[in-house]
Design a protein around this ligand. Structure first.
Ligand code: MN
Length: 293
């Protein structure tokens, strides 16, 4: 049951959706959705997200058994993973968010999911910070495994707003289910706290590294260091996710997982020959000389 979708079907073209047409009520019978997060399986944000997405298909929750913030795209390769079945279609894993997605898609789920949704993270994942984020990395893992994926984060979870963020997540998820995403592309969604003015498509903003490493002495007289202290400072820039969130818009930033910089690749074309020539000349210089006679 609930396994109509196969990999082939997921990659097949979907009917385009006109911008004016409402995107709700696109529940596809047989659609399986994988939901995960990095705040742990008992987090409020995960609960709201799973409930909201149940309107779109059969939701499987595969999430870390504890908080896994800022673990990035780490995979657990050197110890066994344990899975605790905590309810119907609900699994707690003693691993990272990426472990959960990998395990879910390649093992626990009855079939390929139509969508991976990670979140709702307690706190924003904006700009350059996406590279550290366990929430965003889980969506990256889904993308790498060929499933359309999105990450959803709520800027200020202490003031509430999970229901609104879940509604926005469902709206975007529904559109992705119908329209699909370009290859190797995931969506990073952030929702401000308080009334949301609208939804903006944005690019990633940039962090300014001003803070210094904090150096202190421990009770045994040894020096220790503390990184990432103090609030982040962001570069001003139009059309960034940072700017839009400040103006109380929810943001959708498409991210591409082909990290190759094609312009740099072209500009550095001459390096290839030069480096190869240097390598060869060094080799011939170091090679043992043959004595004649
Ligand atoms: Mn988190």
């Amino acid at each position: 049951m609930g396994c109509q979708g196969s990999l082939v079907q997921i990659q097949s073209p979907r009917p385009a959706l006109s911008p004016s047409r409402p995107t709700l009520n696109v529940k596809q019978p047989g659609s399986v959705l994988l939901v995960t997060n990095d705040d742990g399986i008992s987090a409020r944000g995960l609960q709201s997200l799973a409930e909201a997405l149940a309107e779109l298909g059969e939701v499987y929750v595969v999430a870390p058994d504890r908080e896994q913030n800022a673990v990035g795209h780490a995979l657990t390769l050197h110890r066994p993973l344990r899975v605790d079945r905590t309810g119907e279609r609900r699994f707690a894993v003693n691993g990272t968010p990426s472990d959960c997605v990998n395990l879910g898609i390649q093992g626990l789920l009855p079939c390929m999911p139509s969508l991976v949704v990670s979140g709702i993270n307690h706190g924003s994942n904006l700009g350059d910070d996406v590279t550290y984020s366990g929430t965003v990395s889980a969506a990256m893992e889904g993308t790498l495994l060929g499933v359309p994926s999105l990450a959803v984060s709520l800027a200020d979870p202490d003031t509430g707003g999970f229901d609104e963020a879940a509604r926005i997540a469902r709206l975007i998820a529904a559109r992705v289910l119908v329209e699909g995403l370009p290859p190797k592309t995931l969506l990073n969604v952030n929702v401000p706290s308080g009334p949301v003015k609208g939804i903006r498509l944005t690019r990633l903003g940039h962090r300014v590294y001003k803070e210094k490493v904090v150096e202190e002495m421990d009770p045994r007289g040894r020096t220790y260091y503390w990184i990432g202290a103090g609030p982040p400072v962001w570069e001003d820039g139009d059309a960034t996710d940072i700017a839009a969130i400040r103006q109380r818009y929810a943001t959708v930033t498409p991210l591409h997982l082909d990290l190759t910089h094609y312009e740099a690749l072209r500009r550095m074309g001459a390096w290839e020959g030069a480096l190869t020539a240097q390598l060869r000349s060094r080799r011939s210089r170091n090679a043992p000389r043959r004595r004649s006679g």
